[in-house]
Design a protein around this ligand. Structure first.
Ligand code: HPA
Length: 233
């Protein structure tokens, strides 16, 4: 069992891990979708569990919000705990008319306002992308499950949830960004740098153009679709 400042490992961590932002969602998924779930972490309330789905080992960890938090957990999972496949399951705010509340987005690319890439000292701009093999599997999985409201494209990983620039959404919308979340760029960059596979699957929890928000009940159903896509994958 290994230890880092953020993960005090008390059980095995699988090669494939689901990464919701909310630790309580990690607990809920482990308890309701995994066979034989065992908790492997509780440091800082980042609840982590390992169990089985259809006889295959799988883990889940609540990463908290934002690029720094995702940067820490994805780095340690890959480099210390040997995790190979990291699948974020989160929520986002939609910024296109054709992307509706409860729709699901697979983040093909992650544009970002974050400066996370600066540490890699690249002589240009890095383009964080999903693992094609995970993306292809996720598409196949959603097709098999008959889930139709799936979009695949560019998302924005934003550092500011409360953005003082009221025109920023419109500018990203013009560039075809489907939705805004806050973790994907760190996940995709760490996966690229340390040779792992990553994918970000999002459910639209609010619409930044229409100002609609999901209700708790409806959110549960659409999140179930997203979880089933990830588990079937
Ligand atoms: N912005 C950033 N992250 C989010 C949002 C949003 O509007 N909705 C859900 N996660």
């Amino acid at each position: 069992m290994k230890n880092t400042p953020h993960i005090n490992q008390t059980a095995e961590i699988a090669e494939t891990i689901l990464l919701p932002g909310d630790p309580l969602r990690a607990k809920f998924i482990a308890e309701n979708f995994f066979d034989n779930p065992v908790q492997f972490n509780e440091v800082r309330g980042a609840l982590g569990y390992t169990g089985e789905v259809k006889g295959k080992k799988i883990s889940i960890l609540g990463t908290g919000m934002g690029v720094p938090s995702m940067g820490i957990y994805s780095h340690e999972l890959i480099n210390i705990f040997g995790v190979k496949n990291l699948i974020r399951i989160g929520s986002c705010g939609a910024i296109q008319e054709n992307v509706k509340l409860y729709d699901i987005i697979f983040g093909l690319g992650s544009s970002t306002t974050s400066n996370f890439a600066s540490q890699f000292c690249l002589p240009g701009t890095f383009c964080p992308t999903a693992s094609y093999s995970l993306l292809e599997k996720a598409k196949k999985s959603s097709d098999e499950l008959g889930i139709k409201n799936v979009h695949i494209g560019n998302i924005l990983c934003d550092d500011a949830f409360y953005n003082d620039d009221s025109e920023s959404v419109d500018k990203w919308k013009k560039m075809g960004i489907l939705g805004i979340e806050m973790e994907s760029a760190a996940l995709y960059m760490n996966a690229a740098r340390y040779n792992a596979n990553a994918l970000c699957i999002l459910t639209v929890s609010d619409h930044l153009l229409t100002k609609e928000k999901t209700t708790a009940k409806e959110r549960e159903t659409s999140f179930t679709n997203m979880i089933n896509i990830a588990l079937n994958l």
